[in-house]
Design a binder for this molecule. Structure first.
Ligand code: DX5
Ligand code: ZN
Length: 218
C-alpha cells in the first residue's frame, strides 16, 4: 500500500486566517491540505474557488493543494485551478460523462488527477480504464456538501474493493474521519486521510495528525 498522507480539510478552519491555518497544519505534520470547492449546484453550499486557492498558494510556499471539486461541471475549472496552484484535481464521477478526457486535461496542466465517488455510487463506477490513469481514488464517507457529518461505515467496503483492484493507487477517504473511525478506513486500505473537524477542533491538532498517520502506517 502507498504511504500514509494526512490531508486536513480547511473547510473546518477559520477562513479569515486561511494561510495561517494551513501553515499551522503543515507545522503539525500534514503534507497535503484538502481544499473543498463547492459550487452551489453539485452540492447546495458554496465554499471557495480559484481566487481563494491562489491566495493560499502565494501565502503558503510549497503547499500541496488537494482540491476536492464538488462542482457540476468539473471540465470548466481545470485551467483556473491549475493557474491557482492546485496540485491535485479531484472531480466527482457523477458529474462527468467523460472521465478519461477530463483526467487527460488535468494531466496536461501538470496536476494529479483524482476521481471521487459519493456514498450512493458503487466502486464499479471506477472502471479499470479510469482507475489505470487516475492518480487517486476518493471514497466519500459522508454525502458531499458540508463538514462535521457522521461517518457512514457502509461506504468502507468500497475502499477494500478498490484497494484489491488498484494496489498501488492512492485511495482517499473523506467525511467524518477521525481517531474514532480511522481504524476501519486503514484496515480497508485507504492511505490518504482527510479530516476536518477532528483535526481543527482538537486542542492539539498535531497529536491527531500523528495518531492518524501512525494508525495507517501500522
Ligand atoms: C464534505 C467535504 C469534506 C469535509 C470533511 O463535503 O468534502 O472534506 O470538509 O469534514 P469532516 O472531517 O468534518 O467530516
Ligand atoms: Zn472534501
Amino acid at each position: 500500500m502507498p504511504r500514509a498522507i494526512i490531508s486536513p480539510s480547511v473547510l473546518a478552519s477559520d477562513f479569515g486566517q486561511l494561510s495561517a491555518e494551513c501553515k499551522r497544519m503543515i507545522k503539525g505534520g500534514a503534507e497535503w491540505l484538502h481544499m473543498d470547492v463547492m459550487d452551489g449546484h453539485f452540492v447546495p453550499n458554496i465554499s471557495m474557488g480559484a481566487p481563494v486557492l491562489s491566495c493560499v498558494h502565494k501565502g503558503v510556499p510549497g503547499i500541496f493543494m488537494d482540491c476536492h471539486m464538488m462542482v457540476a461541471q468539473p471540465e470548466k475549472w481545470v485551467d483556473d485551478i491549475a493557474d491557482a496552484g492546485g496540485s491535485l484535481y479531484c472531480f466527482h464521477i457523477e458529474a462527468t460523462s467523460d472521465a478519461i478526457s477530463l483526467i487527460n486535461a488535468i494531466h496536461a496542466r501538470n496536476m494529479k488527477a483524482g476521481v471521487a465517488i459519493s456514498p450512493d455510487t458503487p466502486s464499479a463506477a471506477i472502471t479499470d480504464e479510469i482507475g489505470a490513469v487516475a492518480d487517486m481514488l476518493l471514497v466519500m464517507t459522508v454525502y458531499p456538501g458540508r463538514g462535521g457529518q457522521k461517518f457512514l461505515e457502509r461506504c468502507v467496503p468500497k475502499v477494500a474493493e478498490l484497494r484489491a483492484r488498484f494496489p498501488e493507487k492512492d485511495i482517499e477517504v473523506d467525511g467524518g474521519v477521525g481517531p474514532k473511525t480511522i481504524d476501519v478506513c486503514a484496515d480497508a486500505g485507504s492511505n490518504v486521510i482527510v479530516a476536518g473537524t477532528a483535526i481543527f477542533n482538537a486542542p492539539n491538532p498535531e497529536d491527531v495528525i500523528t495518531s492518524l498517520k501512525t494508525t495507517v502506517n501500522t
